[in-house]
Design a protein around this ligand. Structure first.
Ligand code: NAD
Ligand code: UDP
Length: 319
């Protein structure tokens, strides 16, 4: 690839969990990558190995403010994803999804870039249809503690499709289901990282509710492959498309698996279920299979082992 025809790719939220994996993958493929992040839940540590690479640039910036930059493609990932973090400052969470989307869509319009939105399975809320296809409109509480995230992401999808219809922007919307792997923040409160950190330190494993609620867990490498295929798909396919692993497990099953893999002495304890916690969640990925020829290949046990190895290392050095 010649330097003058190299694609320049902007990744907002690039110093976070998913963003840092995406930055690393795209830099390794030779692209020029600009990572924009305000480091609310992300960290320079996540991208430390890229900072000296001439094809990589980090800009500390909050996307609720306008950004003037040139890019060919934009992955809009900026937004805290863990319930404790997106509920910490709910107004800022909505601003990040809504004002952030307006700013990034405006940027895409000005420089004629293709733009992908990291949407979420939370747009389905506590779903009455199982598994969830993209055609399902969801059951979302508009005024609860999760609404800043759920409704913010729904409004962002609306903005993406309106910029597409009104201004002819090339857009891509990916609805990401629970994803886990190395570089999740050890204290970010999501279930996989919480249980692994608790198990490795032989502390009680905190199962919320009766633990019979389900989630479908996708390993990060599979998800990143899906995002890139979505960005590279033909312009007449905007989505939304579900990206996730359809293998569904209860939270209690997950806790037992993690105890087994780590050989931990931890006990399982039950804690109150947070308000509006969805009972079940499983992606229907028929559309991703058909349009992107994509499906996850990493099984939960294999992905958990890799994630446990990562946390084992960082707990030994950092905590
Ligand atoms: P994360 O919290 O690790 O990463 C989010 C990144 O966005 C962080 O680096 C944070 O500092 C940055 N950020 C937050 N607000 C910002 C702002 N106003 N301006 C600039 N940067 C800002 O979370 P993640 O798991 O990597 O999630 C990335 C994206 O994927 C999010 O948009 C999230 O909603 C979406 N998503 C993730 C999952 C998942 O399971 N990981 C599931 C569904 C959707
Ligand atoms: N959960 C749990 N214990 C924890 C953290 C989470 O039982 O220490 C449950 C949570 O109530 C939810 C599921 O695990 O039912 C997934 O939670 P997470 O915050 O990872 O993501 P969500 O899918 O709810 O956004």
């Amino acid at each position: 690839m010649k330097y003058y025809d190299n694609k320049r790719i902007l990744i907002t939220g690039g110093a976070g969990f998913l963003g840092s994996h995406l930055c690393k993958r795209l830099v390794s493929e030779g692209y020029e990558v600009i990572c924009v992040d305000n480091c609310f839940t992300g960290s320079r540590k996540n991208i430390a190995e890229l900072l000296s690479n001439p094809n990589f640039e980090f800009i500390r910036h909050d996307i609720t403010f306008p950004l003037y930059i040139e890019a060919d493609e934009i992955y809009n990932l900026a937004c805290p994803a863990s319930p404790i973090h997106y509920q910490f400052d709910p107004v800022q969470t909505t601003k990040t999804s809504v004002h952030g989307a307006i700013n990034m869509l405006g940027l895409a319009k000005r420089v004629k870039a293709k733009i992908l939105q990291a949407s979420t399975s939370e747009v389905y809320g506590d779903p009455e249809i199982h598994p969830q296809p993209e055609s399902y409109w969801g059951k979302v509480n508009p005024i609860g503690p999760r609404s800043c995230y759920d409704e913010g992401k729904r409004c962002a999808e609306t903005l993406f499709f309106d910029y597409h219809r009104q201004h002819g922007l090339k857009i891509k919307v990916a609805r990401i289901f629970n994803t886990y792997g190395p570089r999740m923040h050890p204290n970010d409160g999501r279930v996989v990282s919480n249980f692994i950190v608790q198990a490795l330190s032989n502390k009680d494993i905190t199962v919320f509710g009766d633990g019979l609620q389900t989630r479908s867990f996708c390993y990060v490498d599979d998800l990143i492959e899906g995002l890139i295929r979505m960005m590279d798909s033909p312009d007449d396919f905007s989505g939304p498309v579900n990206l996730g692993n359809p293998n569904e497990f209860s939270v209690l099953e997950l806790a037992k698996k993690i105890i087994e893999i780590t050989g931990s002495k931890s006990k399982i304890v039950f804690r109150p279920l947070p308000q509006d916690d969805p009972c079940q969640r499983q992606p229907d990925i028929s559309l991703a299979k058909e349009k992107l020829d994509w499906q996850p290949i990493i099984k939960l046990d294999e992905g958990l082992k890799k994630t446990v190895e990562y946390f084992d290392k960082i707990l030994a050095t950092e905590i």
